[in-house]
Design a protein around this ligand. Structure first.
Ligand code: ZN
Length: 161
């Protein structure tokens, strides 16, 4: 069976950045199971897995535009501390949910604190980074109609609901 749309695919993977640091890995745990063609995983990786079969191993380098996007300076803004009412102590690195101008929820990270100024960054932590995946295809099966309708896999490694 080959990887194509509406297949439930299990992969072992290790993700490193260009500095060789491991960002994420399935090593020591269960494989990642995803629904192919549903945008469950980043686009560049999904594209590279298309047509592969069980046992295939591949190294995939994904440019930022096919991963978490280019780093955008427009997503960095300076807010006043009074916007964070109810938070006892602000610290660099803290993350908050915020609603973007288009109404979408986004996660912002505090980058800097200076007096009353709080610099927040709405970029994904991996924005602007080239991602290097080492992937092994562990299993491929047909997704159920229900999984296809939901846009994600169920059962082991998937959603339970
Ligand atoms: Zn579901």
């Amino acid at each position: 069976m080959l990887i194509a749309a509406n297949k439930a695919v299990s992969i072992d993977y290790t993700l490193t950045n260009d500095a060789g640091e491991v960002i994420d890995s399935s090593a020591g745990g269960a494989p990642l199971v995803y629904l192919h063609g549903a945008g469950n995983i980043i686009q560049g990786l999904e594209k590279a897995l298309e047509g592969k079969t069980t046992g295939d191993e591949l190294n995939v380098t994904v440019e930022p535009e096919d991963a978490y996007g280019e780093y955008s300076a427009e997503l960095v803004s300076i807010l006043s501390r009074s916007m964070f009412e109810g938070v006892d102590e602000l610290e660099v690195g803290m993350q908050f949910h915020a609603s973007a101008p288009d109404g979408q929820m986004q996660i912002v990270t505090i980058r800097d604190l200076d007096g009353d100024d709080v610099t927040v960054d709405g970029n994904h932590p991996l924005a602007g980074q080239r991602l290097n995946f080492k992937v092994k295809v562990v299993d491929i099966r047909d997704a159920s109609q229900e999984e296809v309708a939901h846009g994600h896999v169920h059962g082991e490694g998937g959603h339970h609901h």
